[in-house]
Ligand binder design. Structure first.
Ligand code: SF4
Length: 55
């Protein structure tokens, strides 16, 4: 990526009680994903969507 451009992608999500969830997709403008522990994830359980807000 050059010039400060960010990728655009669809995010399929199945967290039905999130405020941004609709019809199996995320409708947030952007999401942030962080490792559960320090700076490393060892499997998908260690990578968490920090944008999640319960509704
Ligand atoms: S914010 Fe995270 S948990 Fe919520 S719908 Fe989007 S991807 Fe799923």
């Amino acid at each position: 990526m050059q010039g400060g451009q960010h990728p655009r992608m669809e995010v399929m999500c199945h967290v039905e009680n999130c405020r941004f969830y609709k019809n199996d997709y995320c409708h947030a403008d952007k999401i942030e994903v962080n490792p559960k522990h320090r700076d490393m994830a060892h499997n998908s359980d260690d990578a968490l969507c920090s944008t999640f807000i319960p509704q």
